[in-house]
Design a protein around this ligand. Sequence first.
Ligand code: SF4
Length: 102
Amino acid sequence: MSKKVPDAQKNKNLVLGKDVSSDPKTKLIHRIEVVRELCIGATTCVVVSPQAFEMDDDSIAVVKENGEKISDDELLMAAQSCPTAAIILYDKDGNKIFPKDN
Ligand code: SF4
């Protein structure tokens, strides 16, 4: 019988390959960008992380103030939930950590 791996754990292994956390000392995600041209207003990101994202008057997702301080797990899930990959996550040095370039 296979052991069930929680989705958040899978995310860590498959996407970042590093520990993800909301601890400021170990937090990886420091900047979030929503590519407005890609956003189709599906609101999935808002459902997954309502403290980080909201919809603007044009029905495009925007990052709320201090949204980048939400836990890495939740932000990663929100970015992964976006059907058009409109959410880009960056580390403290400005390197893109999601989505991964192939
Ligand atoms: S999930 Fe993606 S497409 Fe949907 S509102 Fe958020 S950024 Fe826009």
